[in-house]
Design a protein around this ligand. Structure first.
Ligand SMILES: Cc1cc2nc3c(=O)[nH]c(=O)nc-3n(C[C@H](O)[C@H](O)[C@H](O)COP(=O)(O)OP(=O)(O)OC[C@H]3O[C@@H](n4cnc5c(N)ncnc54)[C@H](O)[C@@H]3O)c2cc1C
Length: 398
């Protein structure tokens, strides 16, 4: 069977691309070697930067950094891509409305980080000011220090204090996923343990582990029973809010009728001049060949597996597109900024800026020209380029 769109990679970029292609009525296959970097991320979606208005900063990139993925796409389409994804997630993994500014979110290390769109349950620090917050930790969960988080909140003007609960749970040193599954079934225990203490506070802050399968109901039920807002604070990886988002998107993609091939990487391609005809997947026994009209390359950066760094070279392995590794003024290589060069249609370019494959479109962290760790634009760039890649894939190689 020949697909209209073959999406390689199931991270935020590939999944946004797949969803948009499906909504446009295309036959879609998603091929993913494995999980994605949402497993590390906070679940909140960054647009750009910190204190400055993010949209003004994004607009400036168009003239100041023309190779930045946002500059390739333009502000109007970035806004459209966010609206599209929020609409898709509305019932399965809802995000809160944003006023157009960044918000500062408490972290599990007692600090605050800027972000743009928060999932239900995560609160901006400003809304906690002068509030009595009870930070609830769990003695078997060492990745969240309730006292550290409370002292960070105090430094931001809250009256926070901390307690740790002993769960009837036999795993010592559990991680966030263990706890999230535990609370899927045992969330009512929290009501029993906290009903009295909750009466003296304005809200309760937990590590973001309150369920994986039933998290929307659990959050609502806890708020109703305790009579107070319940906040989730993103934890160290693995990130439960990131996993919720990833699962919700994948489920929606399957529901819309895409084929999903997960667990096997794309290892090579079949091309004719500047057109890709198909890709080979490393399936057990014999590679599987998948044909398509358009291909979306969304295999991530170094962490996602899309860019492979060895002693001798930095490579993109699926299409062999050259990876640009910038050198800064100190003759250092800021690896976070390395990635593929693309034109405004997101087609990959060679060193002379010539289009390599007309029906291949790149999206997400595989693109160069930006540094999500410093700029806080990882999710935004993945969503916007994934969306744009889907539009371009729909237009084909014309
Ligand atoms: C530690 C950490 C924390 C972060 N926190 C935040 C945050 O709080 N907010 C925010 O906005 N952003 C955050 N980011 C950035 C953001 O999460 C990423 O930039 C974004 O999710 C990247 O998405 P992606 O789809 O491009 O790539 P990835 O998520 O890397 O997905 C790549 C996909 O491609 C697959 N793949 C790779 N090679 C192949 C192959 N050969 N064949 C088939 N499939 C393949 C992988 O298995 C995976 O499914 C964080 C990033 C990290 C690393």
């Amino acid at each position: 069977m020949k697909y209209d769109v073959v999406v390689i990679g199931a991270g935020l970029a590939g999944m946004t691309a797949a969803l948009k292609s499906l909504i446009e009525g295309r036959r879609v296959v998603v091929i993913a070697a494995g999980e994605n970097t949402l497993y590390y991320a906070s679940g909140s979606l960054d647009l750009y930067g910190g204190k400055e208005n993010p949209w003004a900063a994004v607009k400036r990139l168009e003239s100041e950094r023309p190779d930045h993925p946002y500059a390739l796409i333009g502000t109007a389409l970035i806004e459209e891509s966010f609206r599209f994804l929020m609409g898709e997630l509305e019932t399965v993994c809802p995000y809160q409305e944003n006023s157009g500014e960044n918000v500062w979110v408490p972290t599990s290390l007692g600090g605050f980080r800027p972000s743009y769109l928060l999932p239900n349950g995560q609160f901006p620090a400003v809304s906690l000011k002068k509030k009595k917050v009870l930070v609830v930790g769990f003695s078997s969960y060492r990745d969240f220090n309730s006292r550290l988080v409370a002292s960070g909140m105090v430094s931001r003007g809250c009256e926070a204090r901390a307690i740790d609960l002993d769960l009837h749970y036999d795993k010592i040193n559990c991680n966030s996923i263990d706890l999230a599954y535990y609370f899927d079934d045992h969330w009512p225990d929290l009501i029993k343990s906290l009903q009295e203490t909750a009466k003296d506070v304005d809200c309760l802050a937990f590590p973001a582990v309150l369920g994986l399968n039933n998290f929307l109901d659990i959050h609502q039920n806890l708020q109703d029973a305790l009579g107070r807002p319940v906040i989730e604070i993103p934890t160290l990886p693995p990130s439960v809010p990131g996993i919720r988002l990833s699962r919700a998107m994948l489920a929606r993609i399957q529901q819309q009728g895409a084929e999903v091939i997960k667990g096997f990487p794309v290892i090579s391609t079949r091309v004719s001049d500047d057109i890709c005809l198909g890709v080979y997947i490393d399936t057990p026994g014999h590679p599987r060949y998948v044909e398509g009209d358009s291909f979306i390359l969304a295999t991530g950066g170094i962490l996602g597996g899309g860019i492979v760094v060895s002693e001798k070279s930095v490579d993109e392995k699926v299409f062999g597109v050259p990876v640009e590794v910038p050198v800064n003024e100190n003759q250092e290589y800021p690896y976070a900024r390395c990635g593929l060069k693309a034109n405004k249609r997101l087609q990959p370019l060679d060193k002379d800026r010539k289009v390599l494959y007309r029906n291949v479109f790149c999206a997400g962290r595989i693109l160069g020209g930006y540094d999500p760790d410093l700029e806080h634009d990882g999710a935004g760039a993945a969503i916007a380029t994934g969306y744009k890649a889907a539009l371009e894939a729909g237009r084909g190689d014309s």
